[in-house]
Design a protein around this ligand. Structure first.
Ligand code: 3HC
Ligand code: NAI
Length: 697
């Protein structure tokens, strides 16, 4: 018998236990162990019922994602679950933590299911570019009906145990010990003489409903929301088979569709995104036993756009936080802003009034640094001016207790210089949140030249506590994300000078999968930010680095984006819907003329190459300089902070998929045509010539 799955008898009940840390994934050893244990229990005449339970923090969290793309090994999961369902003795899955994907499919093949009250269940395969491939698309509709099954399978979002009970996915909820609950339920079944209850034999939930109409509506919704994704429509086709085909054929159809998804490039990219997000939290060279400081309280300096959002992150994690502002008026405004932002969540229904009040109790406003003498971490988010930062860090150094972490949210200033304003540069670190800080998952953790290992490890741990995707980066202008996005934005503007329109560029990049086009994004954040960077660069950059002039012309005409109602698009009062700006063509014409450029038609493919290859080339420079520790960390930053489509895997994965030789050759052409900005990164050149990938580094 496999050691990751054990079988023992407790009276008339066979107890099968899975113990495959960290998440009891269904690798080949677990599948084999389950199959053998269920068969042995079936063969044992003394056994009257079978309980399936898991060790550790969770029930089975799904197939072993590491096995995807490798040759299949027997027994397959469908074989295992079909065998469990066919059993003649009632089987009970005892769910705690999360029963996800293949884990829920195993549970659905058991004849009964009970769940601990805090558990969750779901079929998240679509998030990995897949569909449930072990009967989930056939059995879930038989339990909850086609409409709910489509919702769960196409969204991939899990549901709470309470909802699962209401829907009949689980029969009973329990609190406390797993095995005791499982045994009690089994004894009850035996006493009541209840036998197997096979989900696959049910048809009641499939009847009396216009399932075809539900399928058509879901298809239309997907076409509108995520037209470029491969697996969602296939999820629908698989669910469709649950009511158009008998079980066995439906399972066969599901398997075919699963196979199509398994070999799709999107599946590879999404699995890359899953693992690299987890890998990013591991800092190379940081000893595993590095101590992590306890963080029980926090301070935030500056209660503006970022400061309030950052304070909310701490409150959301249950950590009391004080916001320090320059005046009582500014302090009160910041507190009100936090309340208003939570209020919007209450209006949307994602937060209760009681939760709002609980979080607001954790946020307080102050104006005196002396009130920060007891906090464990302070995040500075004041104006982006070195002089202001200096005053703040000197005050923090004077008032904060020894061992407090002093963090800056600066997006472009030199963190090493900021650290030198204190007598404890080893305690200074960058915590670069993204706007809106309470929503965006990305957190760049900036390691200064003096930041200690302990402070870096604690900063990463703070990221995890705040439920952020924390990625370590080094000090340079713009760190990783903004340094790269600058290249991307500039090329997008050059495309306008060459002949494209904002509508065309945005549409091409949205089709590629970006959450937003660069110009709609510019309008949202305000053109003045980009303009300030441009102005600074004009003073410092060597002459061969040309810069587009469109932003300057637009600013002169008062077009600063949504805040002035006019930018690359126009916005009707109170609306965020971009409409064509009738004054823009004249500005574009003038800019083209000034550059001596004949405006021409540009293809979508060209637009994608110019913008994406600019990201990739800069990413290669960043890697070479050691600002990012791995190519995949750059992917994580782009997916979580810049709306880069996860199904393209991130810019560096995308480059590997195209082939670095092709990317390099095209960048050389751009270098010739468009000059200095396009000087190929030496690392890219080297990898391309050696036939290697970023992933090989
Ligand atoms: N296979 C292999 N490894 C997995 C895994 C899986 N299904 N799920 C998680 N892991 C690994 C992670 O990579 C991580 O490894 P690391 O420590 O080496 O970095 C470790 O388990 C812990 O994972 P998290 O850091 O994510 O732990 P959390 O406690 O935050 O979250 C979780 C736990 C909710 C289970 C989360 O890991 C998760 O969502 N996992 C994926 C679940 C999933 O997508 N299941 C469906 C798989 S596809 C499938 O089942 C196909 C079937 O239909 C045939
Ligand atoms: P903001 O202008 O909205 O807020 C700054 C706040 O700091 C104001 O409320 C101001 O009263 C307060 N303040 C100024 N001097 C202070 C002092 N000496 N003591 C206490 N409070 C003081 O600015 P925003 O956008 O929140 O930016 C803050 C920092 O975050 C900057 O360093 C910026 O570069 C960085 N950042 C901004 C992002 C954005 O998208 N806005 C994204 C990531 C980082």
């Amino acid at each position: 018998m496999s050691e990751v799955v054990t079988l023992e008898r407790q009276g008339a009940v066979a107890v099968i236990t899975v113990n495959n840390p960290p998440v009891n994934a269904l690798g080949v050893a677990v599948r084999d162990g389950l199959q053998k244990s269920f068969s042995a229990a079936e063969a044992d005449a003394e056994v009257k019922a079978i309980v399936l339970v898991c060790e550790g923090n969770t029930f089975i969290a799904g197939a072993d994602i590491k096995e995807f793309g490798k040759p299949p090994q027997s027994p397959s999961l469908p074989e295992v679950v079909n065998g469990i369902e066919a059993g003649s003795k009632p089987s009970i899955a005892v769910i705690h933590g999360t029963a996800l994907g293949g884990g829920l499919e195993v549970a659905l093949s058991c004849h009964y299911r009970i769940a601990r009250k805090d558990a969750k269940v779901g079929l998240p395969e679509v998030k990995l570019g897949l569909l449930p491939g072990a009967g989930g698309t056939q059995r879930l509709p038989r339990v909850v009906g086609v409409e709910k099954a489509l919702d769960m399978i196409v969204s991939g979002n899990p549901i709470a145990a309470t909802e699962a009970e209401q829907l009949g996915v689980v029969d009973e909820l329990f609190e406390g010990e797993l095995l005791a609950a499982g045994l009690a339920f089994a004894e009850k079944l035996i006493a009541e003489g209840k036998g197997p209850r096979r989900t696959g034999e049910r048809t009641d939930k499939l009847e009396g409903v216009d399932n075809a109409a539900l399928v058509a509506a879901k298809r239309a919704e997907i076409e509108k929301k995520t037209p470029g994704l491969f697996s969602p429509q296939r999820c629908v086709s698989a669910v469709e088979a649950s009511f158009t085909l008998p079980l066995e054929e439906g399972l066969k159809r599901e398997r075919e569709l699963f196979g199509e998804c398994l070999v799709s490039p999107q599946r590879a990219a999404l699995v890359h995104a899953f693992f690299t997000e987890r890998q990013a939290s591991k800092v190379d060279g940081l000893p595993k036993d590095t101590p992590v400081r306890d963080i029980k309280s926090a301070g935030v300096i500056g209660g503006g756009t970022m400061g309030v959002g950052i304070a909310m992150c701490f409150a959301n994690a249950g950590i009391p936080v004080k916001i320090l502002e320059i005046s009582e008026e500014a302090r009160d405004k910041a507190i009100q802003r936090a309340r208003d932002t939570y209020g919007m969540s209450v209006k949307r229904g994602s937060l209760t009034e009681a939760a709002l009040e609980k979080r607001m109790l954790l946020i307080s406003g102050i104006t005196d640094y002396a009130d920060l003498s007891d906090v464990d971490v302070v995040v500075e988010a004041v104006f982006e001016e070195m002089g202001v930062k200096q005053k703040v860090f000197e005050a923090l150094d004077a008032h904060c207790k020894p061992g407090a972490i002093l963090a800056s949210n600066t997006s472009s200033l030199d963190l090493n210089q900021i650290a030198r304003f204190t007598k404890r540069p080893e305690d200074v670190v960058g915590l670069h949140f993204f706007s809106p800080a309470n929503v965006m998952r990305l957190l760049e953790v900036v390691r200064g030249e003096k930041t200690s290992d302990e402070v870096l490890a604690t900063a990463m741990a703070i990221g995890k506590k705040l439920k952020k995707v924390a990625v370590p980066v080094g000090v340079c202008d713009g760190f990783v994300g903004n340094r790269m996005v600058f290249q991307y934005g500039r090329e997008a503007e050059f495309l306008l000078e060459e002949g494209a329109t904002p509508e065309q560029v945005d549409a091409a990049l949205r089709k590629f999968g970006m959450a937003m086009g660069p110009f709609a994004m510019r309008d949202l954040s305000g053109l003045d930010i980009g303009l300030a960077i441009r102005t600074r660069q004009r003073q410092t950059l060597p002459a061969e680095y040309k810069l587009p002039t469109i932003l300057d012309k637009m600013a002169e005409a008062g077009m600063l984006g949504q805040k002035t109602g006019k930018g690359f698009y126009v916005y009707e009062k109170g609306s965020r819907t971009p409409l064509p700006n009738p004054e823009l063509p004249a500005i574009l014409q003038a800019a083209s003329k000034e550059q001596g450029m004949e405006r021409r038609e540009l293809s979508d493919e060209y637009i994608i190459e110019r913008t994406m290859y600019a990201l990739i080339n800069e990413g290669a420079k960043i890697l070479e300089e050691g600002i990012a520790q791995r190519a995949s960390d750059i992917d994580v930053i782009y997916i979580n902070g810049y709306g880069f489509p996860a199904h393209q895997g991130g810019p560096m994965f995308y480059a590997d998929a195209i082939g670095l030789d092709r990317v390099y050759a095209r960048i050389c052409e751009f270098h010739e045509q468009h000059g200095a900005w396009w000087k190929p990164a030496p690392l890219l050149e080297k990898l391309a010539k050696e036939g290697r990938k970023f992933a090989d580094l």
